[in-house]
Design a protein around this ligand. Sequence first.
Ligand code: OOG
Ligand code: MG
Length: 256
Amino acid sequence: MTRDYAAIARIVDDAAHHATAIPQLSTTGHDLTLEEGYIVQAASIGRREARGERLIGVKMGFTSRAKQIQMGLSDVIWGRLTDGMRVEDGGVISLDTYVHPRAEPEIAFLLKKPLSGKVTLLEAMSAVEAIAPAIEIIDSRYEGFKFNLPDVVADNTSSSGFVTGSWCLPTIECSNLGFVLELNGRAAQVGSSAAVLGHPGRALAAAARLAMQQEVELQAGWIVMTGGATAAIALSSGDHVRCSVQSLGEASFSVN
Ligand code: OOG
Ligand code: MG
């Protein structure tokens, strides 16, 4: 069956652009395969690029058991990051521009070399210029934050915003760093970077491999968000969120 991917991309992009919830594609006659989900994702990011946004990296999803359990899905997936999604460290987001945002603590890598295809953990880590504590702001465009795998992939894996703290030297051993995600000064989630595939560098290697399946090569200068190390927390107006990562420092933002 041939589908109008551009039309489906428009549905998810409009929902993200106007912060309005939509029914899952799979319940409205668009029962996509995973491969088709990635085709729609590429087309929907193409629409953002046509509005002037620039691709600046990728993000990984479901790289920890905590996230897999929270969302009921267990395949590692990836999405695209644009400059329009970047939230300044210590910045303020407006709830009006999100449907039902959540925050999750992550480790971010900045690349100094391109990376693509099958790479080892060592090869992946040798492409890293710097490491930072980070927070991803996810916002599924689907009603009730519910979806199947192709739906969430088409919706750019719920990617909506991300904050990175100060960049640290890549020589810091990041396989088992403690995390605290604070909501309004109280610990809401605690965890370790070891929750991310045993080492966040494995999420980077997975990013190189999975993106290449869609003919995307990770570029020098790109940011890679390695996936939530804990379950995500729902955000409300007035919230202050801070993620502290052992040896790396912190990243934070507030909600208006
Ligand atoms: C999908 C995105 C998953 C992560 O870090 O695991 C993700 C979602 O949970 O809505 O970003
Ligand atoms: Mg995430």
